[in-house]
Design a protein around this ligand. Sequence first.
Ligand code: B3K
Ligand code: ZN
Length: 859
Amino acid sequence: PQSFRRLEYRPPNFTFGKVALDIALDPARTIVKSSLEVLPGPEFKPGEPLVLQGQELEFVSLRINGAAHRHFELNPESITIHSLPNEGREAFMVEIISICVPEKNTSLMGLYVSNGNFFTQCEAEGFRKITYFLDRPDVMARYTVTLRARETECPVLLSNGNLIHKEKLPNGWHSAVWEDPFPKPSYLFALVAGKLECIEETITTGSGAKKLLQIWVEPHDLNKTRHAMDSLIASIHWDEKRYGLELDLERFMIVAVGDFNMGAMENKGLNIFNTKYVLAQPETATDADFANIESVVGHEYFHNWTGNRVTCQDWFQLSLKEGLTVFRDQEFSADQMGSESGRAVKRIEDVRTLRQLQFPEDAGPMAHPIRPDEYQEINNFYTVTVYEKGAEVVRMYQTLLGVDGFRKGMDLYFKRHDGQAVTCEDFLAAMADANGRDLTQFKNWYSQAGTPRVKVEEHYNEASKQYVLTLTQSSAKVNQQPFHIPLKMRLLTSGDDQKEQLLELTQEKQSWTFENISEKPVLSINRGFSAPIILDFVQDEADLLTLFSSDDDAFNRWEAGQKLAMQFILDNRLPGAQLIAAYRTLLLDPDLDPAFKELAMTLPAEAYLYEQCASVDPQNIYSARRAFRHAIATELRMEWAALYQQMQTPGDFSPDGVSAGKRSLKNLALSMLLDADVAIWSAMAVNQYQNANNMTDRYAALSGLVVNGSKQAGICLRDFYSRFTDDALVIDKWFALQASRPPIAGVEPTLVDVMRLREHEAFKLNNPNRVRSVIHAFCMGNPASFHQADGSGYAFWADAVLTLDPINPQVAARLARGLDRWRLFAEPYQSKMHAALEKVAASKTLSADVREVISKALA
Ligand code: B3K
Ligand code: ZN
């Protein structure tokens, strides 16, 4: 298989000035006429041919400067054009006509049909499935796009930029011309056509300009667009206020589509979204859905500057735009929480995601630096490392330089690079230069994979009142250079006189001495998770209990609780009286944010616990975790029952952080009560299920009944299906809930349910959301049911990967990642996972996507 290497980057030999596309849309035969103004590029050499990428295209004709041109070769993935006018020295026009077949396109890359409407997805390399092109991000061109279609089938025709012309054509066709004033790489191209309707709003931005905002959906979904519109308006204001960045187009559109490979796409002025991240109303969307919509709408909008105005030189630089934009959306969501404790809740959630998903990736066969050096298929590198660890790296600049210093760096970055395709080094240089700081060592975060470990040793001298802190960093891989690690810390003493400090660990081993420390302090380190590292720090239970009850850093307070629970679970111990008392105090504290309480009482996920083991027995971990949870449920049942009453949110539903936090604690209480005694509490859960005025409460009640094996679960599941039969996103939840059910004694294995769900009339193999709600939910979100000693889960996985791959390689490759950590497991799991991987590897027709994932897992 072919590998692409970062160091083999060469600038293009040709580039484009103006690009005119004329697209006649037909599901079975879309004709694309592309007129390219070709110019010599930075690496131009006279006489070299022009090589354009193209995939799955039917070639029709080629003209150069208006005349038919015969000197070309067609290859399966490109066209090579020879004998260019004047050997290519000055601008010339290339006109190519080709045909593609949107209705046959199940990969959802390029131009495809979803529910009768046309959509595109071009990032990273989908544009070449629409027309022959220099399909690379460092070729930025000005696009004019003419769309033609039958008016009855496609009344709406959208593309990037501004609408400059509309026209009726003969035979019931019509056309629209869109012009994008900003040069852009091909991956930001988009078109949408079909029977869609929009809500719209006009706003005035900082400069006094009026902007038209639209959210386009299928007509029956119009009543679910308000929250997305509010999120968009909030994002626009936030980017102006926090970064001085204004919307640069007269019009900004979001379109929702039910068939989509990922969350959403930041096409210039025409963002295309998975319906899951647009549609919401209280009856059908949970608090998590509302929050996700806000964050994804923000994320795509923020890309307009970080990604679109300044883009990536090549795909190895992906984290330049993704890490930065995730950081921006995290900060946006945190600010929207409206309080310090709300910000902390958001931070805890983000770190939890990082540690549950990214840490395993960084320890597994697909580990890569946030700026990878090599890939076979770029689609496999839209990873939690590039995104979430990338965001942590950006956050560390802000920690090191301060919020104002970071802003200065951002300002300089735009001043230098607006309109350019640049690299991660350019971003680092802007941060360094704007602040007069040498950040050379910081570059190691871009080039070295793996999660660094930092060992903590403390020494307190009673006589001299000195406290010495020694930190030693060690990297996950051999031959790595030390990282520049910012660690926020504070010594907690009864005197309360020590301030928070920022330590910069740059050497392998460093010590700090603190004077006049009146008593042995309790160390609170890596506060706010200031660096994405693993702390090797054996802190005794008493200190952890102190931190859990009183650390003024909310993140570390939560973290102490997680560490305590983790130690108990891994030692297979039940919580003792002291820990139960600490939990009780926390739950009864009237000043603590309910959302924080819910996070503090939620145990570390199984996936995170696995990473703490040298050899994982998934069933042991599951039962130890369950037993621990059952003890908390039982011993605190009076508190849970009281909280269930106190956390009710009467009146109209509002998705704001405070109300959502109350609901989350109430629903945790409900699930604890069901865990303590399902027979007693089922009636209350059924009552909540039936009378809820919002999906958060209805779904939580249903989930509690299903997960705890209540006798009422079946009837409520049937009721849920018939209530929401016509709402695809809610039916996804119905599938996902059943596929995520953990094993229950006396109930048939979840896999039996999953097999049945796969045969269900509403199951669709070519709809990614539906596939993820059953197959990915079971294989990647339900460890205790998936990891069975008989290997049945793994056999199911192998079959699903092989079935999905020819339909949609990206969806299949994501699932293929499900056995990444197979070497970490004990027998018999490990051998059975290995066999399943070998079974997939034996296929001769694997896509490049799945091939790369499986071969790296087996390597
Ligand atoms: N930039 C897109 C991701 C494209 C994935 C292509 N396989 C969404 C985002 O990060 O905003
Ligand atoms: Zn992004």
